[in-house]
Design a protein around this ligand. Structure first.
Ligand code: ADP
Ligand code: ASP
Ligand code: MG
Length: 469
């Protein structure tokens, strides 16, 4: 029997009814495949957990109490419509009550100490998946299949201690996951594993980054040597652009790992940016499919896309919630290692640089970072300024920007493509604030004001006839 990992995203498990649909997909495919299920938190729950963690830090105990009550209500409602059997409902509800009681204690603790570290933040957000997994487990069990529920930690996923964006220690993880899950698969049991959350070597809870359940799925896929990883979501697959922004977006039936990763990095939420790393090494195919239209084929991601998928420009994407950081200093001109010093400060403070552009005059470097990292970036560069020996004279920020990326593996060496892209933007009278093209030439990316982003995306989508793909 073939093996697959199936990951169901937040909207796929957003309500009890949707969870029933998930259970019915699993039940249907369990006749042909040995399945490992990975689940996200119920849609919106992770965001809410992040918000309440910040509120708790301010000491608002009443808010915490209201929040945990609401959360309990929401999950109990999901249980009621996802699971028919009353005894099973009771069992799952009990589990949910225990988990929420634990969450209440943690949040109250944060209220008292008034401190939220990256470590405690990961612990708080881990509750979203800890709460959804038992419901999915119950719904599958309800269909008379044998199933067992695990957290990422219990399944054996061990990461580094980079809280919030942890990466797996792959060799150790492969060893543990095989030891724990393989015997169950052999016996026909379906493991249901929480996405997004894992633990470091000391057993402390970590998370692998927002949207990280995709990553959990590919990590498990590699560990269990599956035939394919299926990512079930709320759209038909990866499309020429975000279908929620441009209604004429078309499905891309095949993509290479490189193209899909590029799209993920540049904002196609359909996939976590690091998720393709593990599977591309082992060449395990990934399919993106629609939970609500399982009859559709979806997008197949493999090493080499088929010939007719070799279109030059394949997609256009936008990253929002970013900011442009400009580091200026006449003294940087001709000073060896000046860039390195700035990058080192950002790296040391776990600030990821998403895009860089430096003028030949060397008096300025512009970098794109996540918007929520701006304060950390500026303050740390300022603190280090004295140590930079007058190298940097000024740090400025533009917060209302977005990155637009035009993506396709066959753009390489295609003369005139960049000028065509920029001409489209110019025709709209929109100003470009920064440009970057990596040497891989898989994408051309540039920065515009966020308010202009959608107009640019629509114009490029149309001019490159992506709506007719
Ligand atoms: P899930 O909860 O299943 O993980 P996500 O919200 O993370 O789902 O990702 C799916 C969403 O990604 C879609 O609803 C869609 O709006 C958005 N998206 C952005 N760009 C693209 C794209 N190019 N193709 C498909 N979906 C995209
Ligand atoms: N629940 C997590 C998030 O919202 C992980 C995921 O959904 O993939 O980021
Ligand atoms: Mg996602």
């Amino acid at each position: 029997m073939k093996k697959v990992v199936m990951k169901f995203g937040g909207t796929s498990v957003g309500t009890g009814e949707n969870i029933r649909q998930v259970a019915s997909i699993v039940t249907q495919y369990s006749k042909e495949y040995k399945i490992t299920v990975v689940v996200s938190a119920l849609a919106g729950v992770t965001n809410k957990l992040l918000e309440i963690a910040c509120q708790a830090k301010k000491g608002d105990e009443k808010l915490v109490k209201d929040f945990t009550n609401e959360l309990l209500q929401k999950h109990k409602e999901a249980v009621e419509s996802a699971i028919v059997s009353k005894p099973l409902q009771k069992k799952v509800n009990q589990r949910i009550e225990e988990i929420i009681a634990e969450l209440g204690k943690i949040l109250t603790g944060i209220c008292y100490v008034g401190e939220l570290t990256p470590k405690s933040k990961d612990y708080v957000v881990s509750f979203g998946e800890r709460l959804s997994a038992p419901i999915v487990w119950g719904a599958i069990q309800n269909n008379n299949l044998e199933t067992q529920c695990f957290t990422g930690k219990e399944a054996g996923i061990v990461t580094d201690s980079n809280f919030g964006e942890a990466d797996p220690l792959m060799d150790f993880t492969v060893h543990l996951v095989r030891e724990r899950l393989e015997p169950l698969l052999e016996k026909g049991v379906i493991p249901v594993v929480t996405g997004f959350i894992a633990a470091n070597q000391d057993g402390i809870v970590t998370t692998v980054g927002r949207g990280g359940s995709d990553y959990t799925a590919t990590i498990l896929g590699v560990a269990l040597e599956v035939d394919e990883v299926w990512i079930w979501t709320d759209v038909d697959g990866i499309m020429t652009t975000d279908p929620k922004l441009v209604t004429t977006a078309k499905l891309l039936p095949q993509l290479s790992y490189q193209e899909a990763a590029e799209m993920a990095i540049f904002g196609a939420k359909a996939m976590h940016p690091r998720a393709l790393g593990p599977v591309s090494k082992e060449t395990i195919p990934v399919r993106i499919r629609n939970t609500f239209h399982p009859e559709n084929v979806g997008t197949l991601i493999t090493k080499e896309p088929v010939a007719d998928a070799k279109q030059v420009v394949k997609a256009v994407a936008m990253i929002k919630n970013v900011a442009m950081l400009n580091v200026n200093g006449a003294a940087m001109v001709g000073a060896p290692g000046s860039y390195t010093k700035v990058f080192e400060i950002l790296g040391r403070n776990n600030i990821n640089i998403m895009m860089i552009s430096a003028a030949a005059s060397e008096a300025n470097i512009s970098m794109i970072i996540k918007r929520d990292m701006v304060s950390r970036a500026i303050s740390n560069i300022e603190i280090a300024l004295s140590g930079l020996g007058g190298l940097v004279s000024e740090v400025t920020v533009e917060e209302d920007v977005a990155v637009v990326a035009v993506i396709g593996a066959y753009m390489k060496g295609n003369l005139g493509l960049a000028s065509k892209v920029f001409a489209i933007v110019a025709k709209k009278g929109i100003n470009i604030h920064m440009i970057a093209q990596g040497s891989s030439e898989l994408n051309i990316s540039f920065v515009v004001k966020e308010k202009d982003g959608i107009e640019v995306i629509k114009a490029i989508h149309e001019e490159f006839s992506l709506d007719k793909a």
